[in-house]
Ligand binder design. Sequence first.
Ligand SMILES: NC(=O)c1ccc[n+]([C@@H]2O[C@H](COP(=O)([O-])OP(=O)(O)OC[C@H]3O[C@@H](n4cnc5c(N)ncnc54)[C@H](OP(=O)(O)O)[C@@H]3O)[C@@H](O)[C@H]2O)c1
Length: 277
Amino acid sequence: MTTVQSLPFHDGRSVPQLGYGVWQVEDDVAADVVRQAIEAGYRHIDTAAGYENEGGVGRAVKASGVPREDLFITTKLANGDQGSDSAKQALETSLEKLGMDYVDLYLIHWASPQRGKYLESWKALIELQQEGKARSIGVSNFPIAQLEEIIAETGVVPVMHQIELHPEFQQRELREYHADKGILTEAWSPLGQGGDILRHPVITEIAEARGVDAGQVIIAWHLAIGNVVIPKSETPERIVSNFASAVLELTAEEIARIEGLDREDGRIGADPANPGF
Ligand SMILES: NC(=O)c1ccc[n+]([C@@H]2O[C@H](COP(=O)([O-])OP(=O)(O)OC[C@H]3O[C@@H](n4cnc5c(N)ncnc54)[C@H](OP(=O)(O)O)[C@@H]3O)[C@@H](O)[C@H]2O)c1
């Protein structure tokens, strides 16, 4: 079976570098596809309260027969639950839906600076980690200013920052900041949400030359540059082929060609500085 390496967190734990994301997957479908993903070899699943499929993820984990301690489960605090008591209550609700007594990683889903609650939410996550309900804690969609603030105010550095990142939006500035602070970078929408990047000639030429598909080339690029990566697919063949990317090693020249695809206007999702939700 394909093996995926784990990357170390600064808190002493570690994360399988290739995981499986379930945004926009219906709860019942999640129960089925997450089971397929675990069968294919994934040991890292990325969900969120906002995806409304924590129940399905939990049922899949139970049905898989894989011991809980061999799996890495992430969920996220929804924006509407930011705050001190509400964040703690939100993780209780997530754990109940998942049928678990801890998550491996709890993330603040968006800084949502306009709400003004990200700092108290981060303090709540610090307590949840101390209580053992979240083994590790991190953030998602934080501008550098808000990252700096939560670190300066608490002295606790997120283990990982989950951000939009794909070949046309490579986030060099944030990746350098993370490297400097010992924060891992996790790429969301790593395949550009299944869009045009999969048909870009640079990607398809590399895929053809290597006898793999475009998705595998992009996932292998993420792994090569040190990202944790969580592609989503509901297609049985792609669940398997995306996982097989872990054994594809790109050459320095192939990596450099993909680095050339970065674009200033490459963002697909909301801007964390002002997401509007
Ligand atoms: N923190 C955040 O704010 C945030 C935001 C967005 C996403 N995420 C996380 O990141 C995960 C991945 O991002 P994403 O779901 O937005 O997009 P993605 O993984 O970049 O792309 C998923 C899309 O690509 C298609 N696809 C998957 N593998 C493919 C392949 N090998 N060849 C061609 N098409 C392929 C899928 O289709 P099929 O399903 O039909 O196969 C789906 O339409 C999410 O599921 C979620 O866990 C987090």
